[in-house]
Design a protein around this ligand. Structure first.
Ligand SMILES: Cc1cc2nc3c(=O)[nH]c(=O)nc-3n(C[C@H](O)[C@H](O)[C@H](O)COP(=O)(O)O)c2cc1C
Ligand code: SF4
Length: 492
């Protein structure tokens, strides 16, 4: 395991009076008219608690209730699929049958926060990805044979009956690695090594070619369902490894008017935003999450994000939430039978910076948020910007607001480590905050699609504790009730 390179910085916590007078705990009204009681924000985190059909479960309600009891100004519900297609245990909003479950989530958060926390649903589309295949199976079954394979194999194995598919596949599976390198093209090699993955540039596939037409109504319908379920808003997920981010990417070289230059790459996300807005009206919050930089070779840089932010603001986004990285392109090779995970490579470290990185993870993305915010402001828009990434203390949050680096303060893992932390700050009980260690145990669980928990509390139990447990029966699924401390509780 890598060494921990950075200590959690000490913090001077505010008194209740200081917190009450702070920028962090001052209100903000979005363009939609939505009043946020303060600038505290819990960004989307997938906890892997939905059913295999994407439906809200009691464990999911508990998860959000626990965050809501800390009374953040805004809580963003995890990435939720807009299509009505099997998506594993990803939460879904692609059909009216998902509305009752989502309404119960809204009710749970309203009750636990006494109506103080605004609730936003993050809505996403993603393209198909397959698990890494076993080599023999890939060559015998999955590889689509082309004239190129026949030509190359004819050269490598003179006399082989390359017209016969079965013979050809058997010969392919008997090839050495060096021979295979001559036969497979770059895409086929990647499909074999990482699992096949659909790209927005696969315009030879009719469904991918039609995405510019199919995505806007899908997102609009999802947003309308979220509104019906009682959410305060939706967040269009145009970040990380998913479809809208892929349209925005410099690596999108579609030549049908939806790729190439940034104006073309922006067309689909802007069409989605317009369709959503048209469906839900001006008084429902519609934010967009996108990348301040992709962190991959040939990907978007901060310069792209400045333009993207300004265009989204001009198009009427109620807020802009920034993230970084989280791409498939540099993901670690998965084991056979597993799917690639977009947070395992260098771009993944940008997304969820840790104490193992060379740079300290604390407030690491504030510089990017500041640049996007400045570009948006320079163009005359007041659209608030949410900064996220290692923000773990009052001083850092307050400085970011005072210096105009951001308007809203996102804290994902710190809120997972201690869901009450914002409330403790507000009440002048900062010394009771349990501080995230940024060692990414939670992220490793997410990677395996296992129920996400925090290492600081998932083995802590009090006498008579009725905590719900993970599938393996060993970990509690939500933080203990307020007043716990990693040092004072017993472990089992
Ligand atoms: C377990 C886990 C799940 C996440 N799921 C999502 C998600 O569904 N959508 C999203 O935009 N970001 C997701 N993220 C990224 C966070 O929203 C956030 O950007 C990142 O953790 C960095 O912020 P932090 O340093 O405050 O944790 C997830 C992060 C974690 C740790
Ligand atoms: S497991 Fe807990 S302490 Fe570790 S990074 Fe995740 S939230 Fe922070």
């Amino acid at each position: 395991m890598s060494p921990v390179r950075h200590a959690i910085p000490p913090e001077r916590w505010p008194t209740a009076a200081e917190a009450g007078a702070s920028r962090l705990f001052s209100p903000l009204t979005l363009r939609s008219g939505l009043l946020l009681k303060d600038r505290t924000w819990v960004p989307a985190m997938v906890p892997w608690r939905a059913t295999g059909d994407g439906v809200v479960t009691p464990a999911l309600l508990e998860w959000y209730r626990r965050f809501a009891s800390g009374r953040p100004g805004t809580l963003v519900v995890e990435a939720t699929g807009v299509r009505d297609v099997p998506s594993g245990p990803l939460l879904r909003v692609g059909h009216d049958r998902f509305v009752p479950g989502l309404s119960s989530l809204v009710a749970a958060v309203a009750e636990a926060s006494a109506g103080e926390t605004r609730l936003v649903l993050q809505i996403l589309d993603f393209l198909a990805i397959r698990r890494r295949p076993e080599r023999g199976r890939y060559l015998r079954e999955f590889l689509a044979l082309t004239p190129r394979h026949r030509e190359r194999m004819a050269a490598l194995r003179p006399g082989l009956d390359v017209a016969d598919d079965r013979t050809l596949r058997e010969a392919l599976s008997a090839c050495s690695e060096a021979e295979l390198a001559e036969v497979l093209d770059e895409r086929e090699r990647r499909d074999l090594d990482f699992g096949a993955r659909e790209l927005v540039t696969d315009v030879h596939r009719p469904d991918v070619a039609r995405l510019p037409q199919t995505l806007p109504p899908l997102f609009a319908a999802a947003a309308e369902r979220a509104r019906r379920a009682g959410f305060d808003g939706v967040e269009i997920h145009a970040a990380h490894a998913y479809t809208l981010a892929s349209f925005l990417s410099r690596r999108n070289d579609r030549d049908d008017g939806f790729g190439g230059g940034l104006e073309q790459r922006l067309r689909v996300p802007l069409a989605v935003l317009a369709a959503v807005r048209e469906r839900v009206g001006p008084d429902f919050t519609v934010g967009v999450r996108f990348l301040a930089e992709e962190g991959i070779a040939g990907g978007n840089e901060l310069a792209d994000a400045l333009v993207i932010g300004e265009r989204l603001a001009r198009a009427g986004a109620d807020y802009l939430s920034l993230s970084r990285g989280g791409k498939f392109e540099d993901a670690r090779q998965p084991r056979v039978g597993e799917a690639a995970y977009p947070y395992t490579g260098p771009s993944g470290r940008l997304c969820m910076p840790s104490v193992f990185d060379s740079e300290p993870p604390f407030g690491t993305a504030l510089r990017h948020a500041a640049a996007v915010r400045a570009a948006v402001r320079a163009a005359g828009h007041t659209t608030p910007v949410v900064a996220t990434g290692g923000i773990n203390g009052f001083g850092l949050a307050e400085r970011a607001l005072a210096e105009g680096l951001a308007d809203l303060i996102g804290a994902a893992r710190q809120s997972l480590a201690d869901p009450d932390w914002f409330r403790k700050l507000r009440e002048g009980r900062g010394s009771e905050v349990v501080r995230c260690e940024y060692t990414n145990y939670c992220e490793a669980l997410d990677q395996q699609h296992r129920e996400v928990t925090c290492k600081l509390w998932d083995r802590l139990f009090t006498a008579g504790d009725r905590a719900s447990l993970s599938a393996d029966g060993r970990r509690r699924l939500t933080a203990p009730a307020e007043g716990w401390s990693p040092r004072r509780h017993s472990t089992r």
